[in-house]
Design a protein around this ligand. Structure first.
Ligand SMILES: [Zn+2]
Ligand SMILES: [Zn+2]
Length: 103
């Protein structure tokens, strides 16, 4: 499975919405509402993590570099070549360091 396949699968997964129970009782209503709450939490978490690991400049590729000397992480390999100022703190960038995430 390629990375792209996995991403597509993941997106698909988060497009699924929980269905309300067909026969509604107090118990199923409660279970459904906890499921919706959990689902929303996961969606938020997923969005947050996606944002954290996506290049903040082109917003397309995966972030892979840390900027020096400020230490901000969050640009991809192509953007780091062209960056002269950190998009977060505006400090001048002298170097981009490739970061390897251990996951
Ligand atoms: Zn980029
Ligand atoms: Zn910075």
């Amino acid at each position: 499975m390629t990375n792209q396949d996995r991403d597509a699968k993941e997106i698909e997964l988060f497009r699924i919405e929980p269905h309300p129970p067909e026969r509604s009782t107090d118990h199923t209503e409660k279970a459904y509402s906890s499921l919706v709450t959990l689902f929303r939490m996961l969606q938020r978490e997923n969005k947050y993590l996606k944002k954290k690991t996506t290049c903040c400049r082109c917003e397309g590729k995966e972030a892979s570099h840390m900027l020096l000397p400020c230490g901000h992480y969050g640009v991809c390999g192509s953007c780091v070549e062209r960056i002269i100022q950190c998009p977060v703190c505006r400090r001048d960038v002298t170097e981009g360091l490739r970061v390897q995430l251990s996951l």
